[in-house]
Each structure stands twice: as structure tokens, then as C-alpha cells.
Design a protein around this ligand. Structure first.
Ligand code: TYD
Ligand code: MG
Length: 453
């Protein structure tokens, strides 16, 4: 064994024989960390125990298997976020903060998969702990194989002996290979192990799900390197204080990253939330000011979501502005529009904005409800409970058209709303005859204001 010290960029995984301040590959500063690596002597067998395959170029049109069916995970939310099921031979990374429910999500999913042989490798918990969790979830499949193992070599032995259809590794930060003298969870270990697992997945066409922890900065510890290696990165997020958990796809070689899955953490595992509006609308705010409801779209699904604002006179010199679940800069821009175009004096006011349910919404169509919630709180006047809205607000106070308006209107109607404010431009060519909900087309913030209050 040869021992050497390398320096590795903790952002992108670039290595260098000496320490450097700025990474030449990703341009980040101060990201190089020292790691001791023992290289295996030449001629050792590859980690996975598989012989290296000699490959030669093939003609694209002659490649078969492109339409291989995806594996149905028996979980609509997960299937959708994966882009229509799990692709055989793919490597999926599921990241999230400790305690958010990653192990629960994966365990309950694999317990529900019929006729699939699963190998669940846990480097964090004992078999008994896993059993306790499985009991809690109360799914009675018992075909799942559990291995409490942290050595990659040993995991390959287990795989060879059991020939599973799907492998789970919980978590990648606890796994290490003997060929490298570096502690589990270090950059080199994480990189080597996941690269080896990727090779295994591709060669044997076995899908592997890796669970990964997220560090304080919110990136997956053992960092971007991992995100580059794997095919799909899913992130499980949510606020510890809320019951809702959101599954997002950050990278997906086999599908869209616009998808979103919503779950509710219960005493007996995670429940799929197929109708997100039910969670995002609080039941009772009759007579409350500062609340407006938007018909938003994340991924392909429309849902109605509550925006809440609190406007009060600034007690200290500088007014405070804060936004949860919404871009603060965008809120400041909307405040400037209100100030300049509608003549509201908000410069000396504290403004707090909150999107219900701990959700982050990127859909620009919620602008109109943000503005309405702010105005409603400022004037202490209620927006009627049966009214919702969708519309992007431009710099001159115009209400700009939004995409997929029919879906937004449809969802609002389905949930029993009586009126919806929409951008006037969106009316063109729309068939409104069958609609039971009243459409209120608006062109400017002032018009919306008059329609609401
Ligand atoms: P866990 O899956 O262990 O999180 P992770 O693997 O991401 O670290 O989930 C831990 C939390 O979930 C823990 O605080 C207990 C809670 N939980 C429930 O509320 N209901 C359940 O059915 C289960 C299994 C866990
Ligand atoms: Mg866990």
C-alpha cells in the first residue's frame, strides 16, 4: 500500500497534490481539505468483485433496452418525483436533514413492494431498531433483507449471496471501503464508495438508493461530488415543526426536476398527500385580515395555498422585512410597486410574509396574493374567504398573464371557491361557458384592489 496526502475540494471533488486557495475547477475559495489516502497496489481486483468489462463503441440505433419498463414504487408521489418510477440500473441519492424521515420513507416504500427482493443495508441502526420502525409503519411484508454493515466489500459479498432486485444503502456517509485509509464519511470515502456503487448498478442493472445526510449549509455532506456521480438527487425537506414533508427532485437524468411530492408524517409512517390543498389551506380564518389564497402550480399539480402577511408600524428605526417560503427580494419589489403605483405608504412599516405549510413556492402567479395579503393586513380588511387569485405582478403594477390558467381555475372551482381573480390577458380564447366559478379579470393592481376591498 502506498500512502499519500491529497487535498480535495469539498465543493466539487477536484483533487490536488498541494493545498490551493481557489479551486481551479469550480472557482470556490477555501474549499480544499487534507485527506490521507492509501492507494491499493496495482493489480487488485475492483471493489465490486465484478470483472472489468471491455467495452467497444456501438451504433446508437442498435442499442436496445431504451424502453425498459420502470419499477413501480407503489407510491404515487415517489413515482412522479422519479419521473414515472425507478429506472433499472440507476443510482438515486435521497438527501435530507437528520430526523426528517428518509429512513422511514425508504423503508415503508420497500416494504410495500411486492415480489421484489430488497437488500436494505443499514450502517446507522441495528436490525432491532429497523424492526421497531417497520412495526411502527405496520406493513406486513417480511421479504426485505436487512444487513447491518458498513464495509463496502462486505456489502458486495451480501449482494452476491442474495442477488437482490433493489439495494438500499442507509447512509452513504457510514460506508467505507478497505482500499482507502480514511474515515467513513470523509470526502474520499464517499466519492470512492459511490463511484464504485454506480459501477455496480450500471453493470448489473440493479437500482440502488443511497441515503445521504445534509450538512448545516443545506448541501449533501460529502458534497457536490456525490451529486455529480449519481443519476438522480432527491431531497426530502420540511420543517421539524410541521407535519408536512416535501420530496423534491434536484437532479434527474430520467425525468423533470419540476416535480414535487408531498407527505404527512404520522405516528405510523408517512402518508401521501394527493390533494395538497387540504393541508395548505387552514380551515378557519373567517374575518381575519392579512390572508389571501393563491391558485399556484408546482410541478404539474395545481394547488391552493394561503399567503399570510402582517404589516405593522416599525418600532425601531429601520423597518423589518421578512419572508418565509417566498423570495425576500421579490417581496421588496412588490412593496415598491405598491408604494409607487398604488400610493400605499409602506416605507415605515414592518412587513412579514409567510407561505402556509412551510412550503417554498417559486410560481410567480402567487404575486397577486402576496400583494393582496399585504394590503389586507395594512388596511385590516378581510379578503373574502371564497375568493382566490392568480397573477404575476410587473414593475408598473400590471397583472401579467400566467401559465396553465385553466388548471388553476379548475382547482379553485373543485375546492368550492366562488370567485377567482385572473389576469385579463388570460381570458383570450378561454371557454368560460361551463364554469361555475366567477372570473374577475384584472389588468392592474388597482383593479384587483377595487375588486377585493
Ligand atoms: P427517520 O426516518 O429516522 O429520519 P432520518 O432517516 O431522515 O434521519 O425519522 C425520524 C423521525 O420521524 C423521528 O423523529 C420519529 C418520526 N417518526 C414518526 O413520526 N412516525 C413514524 O411512523 C416513524 C417511523 C418516525
Ligand atoms: Mg435514518
Amino acid at each position: 500500500m502506498k500512502e499519500k496526502t491529497v487535498y480535495i475540494c469539498s465543493n466539487c471533488g477536484q483533487d490536488s497534490p498541494k493545498w490551493i486557495g481557489k479551486c481551479p475547477s469550480c472557482g470556490e475559495w477555501n474549499t480544499y481539505v487534507e485527506e490521507v489516502v492509501r492507494k491499493p497496489v496495482a493489480g487488485t481486483r475492483p471493489l465490486s468483485g465484478l470483472e472489468p468489462v471491455k467495452s467497444k463503441p456501438v451504433i446508437l440505433s442498435e442499442i436496445t433496452g431504451g424502453d425498459e419498463p420502470r419499477i413501480d414504487m407503489h407510491d404515487e408521489e415517489l413515482n412522479r418525483v422519479l419521473g414515472g418510477g425507478l429506472v433499472p440500473g440507476s443510482l438515486v441519492l435521497l438527501g435530507g436533514e437528520p430526523g426528517i424521515g428518509k429512513s422511514t420513507l425508504v423503508l415503508q416504500t420497500v416494504l410495500r413492494l411486492p415480489e421484489k427482493k430488497i437488500l436494505y443495508v443499514s450502517g446507522e441502526e441495528s436490525a432491532r431498531q429497523l424492526k421497531l420502525r417497520a412495526d411502527r409503519i405496520r406493513h406486513n411484508s417480511s421479504d426485505c433483507l436487512i444487513a447491518c454493515e458498513t464495509s463496502l466489500e462486505q456489502i458486495y459479498v451480501n449482494i452476491k449471496n442474495t442477488q437482490p432486485d433493489l439495494v438500499i444503502i442507509d447512509s452513504i456517509q457510514t460506508i467505507s471501503t478497505e482500499t482507502i485509509e480514511s474515515s467513513p464519511g470523509s470526502l474520499v470515502q464517499v466519492r470512492e464508495c459511490s463511484a464504485s456503487i454506480l459501477k455496480f448498478a450500471k453493470q448489473t442493472n440493479t437500482p440502488v438508493i443511497l441515503i445521504g445526510h445534509i450538512n448545516k449549509e443545506g448541501s449533501i455532506a460529502g458534497p457536490k461530488v456525490l451529486e455529480h456521480i449519481v443519476d438522480t438527487v432527491l431531497q426530502f425537506e420540511g420543517d421539524q415543526h410541521y407535519m408536512y414533508r416535501i420530496l423534491r427532485s434536484i437532479k434527474n437524468r430520467f425525468g423533470s426536476t419540476a416535480e414535487l411530492g408531498i407527505y404527512e408524517m404520522r405516528q405510523d409512517g408517512l402518508r401521501q398527500v394527493s390533494n395538497p390543498s387540504e393541508l395548505l389551506l387552514s380551515q378557519d380564518h373567517e374575518g381575519m385580515s392579512g390572508v389571501a389564497i393563491a391558485s399556484a402550480i408546482e410541478g404539474v399539480r395545481p394547488f391552493l395555498i394561503e399567503t399570510q402577511a402582517l404589516v405593522s408600524s416599525a418600532v425601531y428605526g429601520n423597518p423589518q422585512r421578512s419572508a418565509t417560503g417566498f423570495d425576500l427580494r421579490r417581496m421588496n419589489m412588490l412593496l415598491a410597486v405598491l408604494e409607487k403605483r398604488v400610493g400605499f405608504k409602506l416605507a415605515q412599516k414592518d412587513v412579514f410574509l409567510n407561505i402556509a405549510g412551510g412550503l417554498k413556492v417559486n410560481d410567480p402567479a402567487i404575486d397577486l396574493s402576496v400583494i393582496s395579503a399585504i394590503l389586507s393586513s395594512n388596511m385590516d380588511a378581510e379578503v373574502e374567504r371564497d375568493t382566490c387569485m392568480a397573477g404575476e405582478v410587473g414593475l408598473s403594477g400590471e397583472i401579467r398573464p400566467v401559465n396553465r390558467i385553466e388548471q388553476r381555475i379548475g382547482e379553485a372551482e373543485k375546492l368550492g371557491f366562488k370567485r377567482i381573480l385572473i389576469p385579463k390577458h388570460n381570458l383570450q380564447g378561454m371557454d368560460t361557458k361551463k364554469l361555475k366559478i366567477e372570473l374577475i379579470p384584472v389588468r392592474k393592481v388597482e383593479e384587483a384592489f377595487r375588486a377585493l376591498f
